[in-house]
Design a protein around this ligand. Structure first.
Ligand SMILES: CCN(C(=O)c1cnc(C)nc1NCc1ccco1)[C@H]1CCCNC1
Length: 332
């Protein structure tokens, strides 16, 4: 925490433009964990020392050992969080958590059952939810809310920078309490949380004309949209569906791909071809647009567009909890 200006910075690692994570400390003496700072959830969980090593995903990641922390407080309440491919299950514990040098006494989950898919592919150990308290399982006050109530931050905001260049150090930044001017240009345009938006391709608004909700999810790698809308979008750009919800276009068509723009809060946020395609290295003739896939999320949350890392890498994002709005500026 730099006392001078009431902000706290955490450098993020960029793994293949698809995973961005930073270090936190839990317990005394310090136990270090790499976590995704995830606006798509609101709980903190890390693998537990009591996770059976039969769970490969536990075996290959850092695990919290309550017996080695002098500041550990027992809780024991059951915990389960649902992901697309399976549940993370465990129990609650309490200890000192340090984020960007700010200490909070935090209730978090020790994971004792960690599904191999997707977590054996995770370069991070756990997830630190940065979402609103109403998303928090077991009604636990999220980390950022506990930091805000300490009145140590200049502003009740946090900002996220995701670098697009894997060689660039740091690969990203989480800044609590403000924005980092070196990571964006121009001014912020704001959209109110729970706001409406729509999606246009080229000059025409294809669907969601009556507006549909979008979620900015710092913990997701890609952009997903309702299957019906994504298929309309893909047909428009001439992509063909190979796998379920995954589309490909031919390489030499890339330059003719239209701009896909997300309209949020009356402002257009265009993505160029490079933002929404991923060149598949092994088949030189086909380009996959996998950063844009179909995912139908059931009501009441869905239908919803989820804008993940490849959107945030283009638009530096300020989560303004004081005014319940999200600001976007051109990322550098
Ligand atoms: C963290 C769980 N998430 C992932 O999409 C996810 C899963 N599995 C792996 C291996 N990585 C993931 N995200 C990597 C990443 C880091 C930053 C950007 O994307 C999502 C689940 C829904 C809420 N939001 C988060």
């Amino acid at each position: 925490l730099s006392p001078s200006n009431g902000t706290a910075s955490t450098a993020l690692t960029n793994y293949l433009d698809t995973q961005y994570f930073g270090e936190i400390i839990i317990g005394s003496p310090a136990q270090m964990f790499n976590v995704v700072f995830d606006t798509g959830s609101a709980n903190l969980w890390v693998p537990s020392q009591s996770c059976s090593p039969l769970y490969t995903a536990c075996f290959t990641h850092n695990r919290y050992d309550a017996s080695k922390s002098l500041t550990h407080i027992h809780n024991g309440t059951g915990f389960s969080i649902q992901y697309a491919s399976g549940n993370v299950r465990g129990f609650l514990s309490e200890d000192i958590v340090m984020v960007g040098g700010i200490p909070v006494v935090q209730v978090f989950a020790e994971a004792t059952a960690l599904p191999a898919v997707p977590f054996i592919f995770a370069k991070f150990d756990g997830v630190l939810g940065m979402g609103y308290p109403d998303m928090a399982i077991d009604g636990i006050t999220p980390v950022f809310d506990r930091i805000m109530s300490q009145d140590v931050l200049k502003e009740q905001v946090f900002s996220v920078y995701y670098s697009r260049d894997p060689q660039r150090i740091p690969g990203g930044q989480l800044l609590l309490g403000g924005t980092e001017s070196k990571y964006y240009t121009g001014t912020f345009n704001y959209v109110h949380t729970k706001g409406e938006g729509n999606v246009s391709v080229g000059m025409e608004t294809l669907f969601c004309t009556e507006g549909c909700t979008a979620m900015i999810d710092t913990g997701s790698s890609f952009i997903t949209g309702p299957a019906s809308s994504v298929s309309v979008l893909m047909r428009t750009i001439g992509a063909v569906e190979l796998a379920e919800g995954e589309y490909t276009v031919n390489c030499d068509l890339v330059m003719s791909l239209p701009i896909v723009a997300f309209h949020l809060g009356g402002q257009a946020y265009p993505l160029t071809q490079e933002d929404y395609i991923l060149r598949s290295t092994y088949i030189s003739v086909i380009v996959t647009v996998s950063p844009l896939t179909a995912l139908d999320i059931p009501p009441p949350t869905g239908p919803v567009w989820i804008l993940g890392a490849n959107f945030i890498a283009r638009y530096y994002t300020k989560f303004d909890r004081r005014n319940n709005r999200i600001g976007f500026a051109q990322a550098v």
